[in-house]
Design a protein around this ligand. Structure first.
Ligand SMILES: O=C(O)[C@H](O)COP(=O)(O)O
Ligand SMILES: [Mg+2]
Length: 415
């Protein structure tokens, strides 16, 4: 018999090997515990230990994690790759963000960052297109792609919703996007919205000579989502939209697999992420949620507005850089800036995060004093002016829709 205690999960001299998944946590130990004791319990509970000393008969595969780097409240833990099932994100998260999030040995714990090993990364499908959608689908050149979200977010009838889309597309925007809580409700059925929106999309394409598309929200139980993905493909759309946090990573993986068959891109809305990442000392950071999204195959992901918009944001710039970065040949992800944007914020947004993004506005389009069509024109004008390096004030001199928008909102950050 060999006894295994939590102390066996701490080795401050350990040097991770290339196949380890290395996680960085911020840990506040319980008041009666020192950091070494708390860190070793984190490594134990998240791999193959528990609170009691285990009596193990015979040899077992060593799947133990090792807490190896402790610096103030920062703790690094290395996990052997054999601990993980290839291509199974729920299983990975049940280790590295599972029981440890609620264990009494820590007052607070937050998973801040992961260094993903090649074997685990390539066991996931990853994005099918990534930021290439900007030119593969839209021919957008150097400019960000643009999207709008009809408001009110729910309650518009199908006809009203489609009309808003048509006005936005013909006003110059690339994408109509459903809001996160619009799926298939009695006032606006999924099937009708899909077919009628795509008919309006075709009209808008003919009128403008520009490619247009639609981010229709397929979020539901996994089986229903797959049926909806099939319907979207049959109707000739390029994308589906998924609320990736609320529907769960297993469902996202199933959608990603089905989208491979159809050549559909995935737009990931992150509604509910803040339940995990808003409290800075607890949970799972948005950076890690973005990493998970990339592994599971999101092509576009909301990553915030670098603090310019209405929602609290965690390090949009750093997260976007990670999404573009090299990851064993995996496609990158197009960051989508959304949440309280309006034309006056576009130049500063692009200054902070660059042009390889999507920009979305709901209120900042439909709240334009002259309505959605004018609001869409103003938003596109702001993007075009910014990319050509002209100030909004100068561009507004011969673009009246933009002038009205900046007279109304200036550069204010909405609340
Ligand atoms: O889903 C979104 O991204 C938001 O609904 C955007 O809406 P807003 O621009 O009105 O904040
Ligand atoms: Mg929304």
């Amino acid at each position: 018999m060999t006894g295994i205690t939590y102390e066996d999960f701490l080795d401050l001299d350990y040097e991770p090997v290339a196949s380890d998944l290395v996680c960085t946590f911020t840990v506040q130990p319980a008041s009666d515990m020192d950091m070494d004791a708390a860190a070793s319990r984190v490594a134990s509970e998240s791999s193959n230990g528990t609170w009691a000393e285990l009596q193990v008969d015979g040899t077992i595969t060593d799947l133990s994690a090792t807490a190896f780097g402790i610096d103030g409240n920062t703790v690094q833990v290395a996990y052997p790759e054999e601990l993980f099932e290839a291509g199974n994100m729920p299983q990975v998260l049940s280790c590295i963000a599972g029981n440890i999030m609620g264990m009494k040995a820590v007052d607070r714990i937050r998973l801040e960052d992961c260094e993903w090993p090649e074997g685990l990364v390539t066991s996931f499908m990853g994005p099918q297109f990534g930021s290439a959608v900007r030119n593969d689908i839209f021919d957008a050149g150097e400019r960000p792609i643009t999207a709008t979200v009809p408001k009110p977010k729910v309650g518009l009838s199908t006809d009203q919703h489609v009309q808003v889309g048509y006005e936005a597309w013909t006003g110059g925007l690339d994408l109509l996007k459903d809001d996160e809580n619009l799926t298939d409700q009695s006032f606006n059925r999924f099937d009708e919205r899909l077919t009628e929106s795509l008919a309006a999309r075709d009209d808008a394409q003919d009128e403008t000579g520009e490619k247009k598309s639609y981010l229709i929200n397929v979020t539901a139980d996994a089986n229903t989502m797959l049926e909806r993905v099939d319907r979207v493909a049959e109707e000739g759309c390029e994308y589906v939209m998924v609320d990736v946090v609320t529907c769960g990573w297993a469902a996202v993986q199933a959608v990603r697999e089905r989208c491979e068959k159809h050549g559909l891109a995935i737009h990931a809305h992150r509604a509910m992420h803040a339940a995990f990442d808003r409290v800075p000392t607890q949970g799972v950071s948005m950076r890690v949620i973005a990493q998970i999204s990339r592994l599971c195959g999101a092509d576009q992901l909301h990553t915030g507005t670098a603090d310019l918009g209405k929602l609290a944001n965690e390090d949009t710039v750093g997260i976007n850089e990670w999404l573009y970065g090299d990851l064993y040949g995996t496609n990158d992800v197009l960051p989508m800036a959304s949440g309280g944007l309006h034309p006056g914020l576009v130049p500063e947004l692009v200054k902070r995060v660059g042009t390889n993004i999507g920009v979305q506005a709901g209120g900042g389009v439909h709240g334009h004093p002259d309505g959605t069509h004018a609001g869409a024109k103003a938003f596109r004008q702001a993007v075009d002016a910014t990319v050509e390096g002209t100030s909004l004030e100068e561009y507004a001199e011969d673009h009246p829709e933009l002038k009205v928008a900046i007279d109304k909102w200036g550069t204010e950050t909405p609340r």
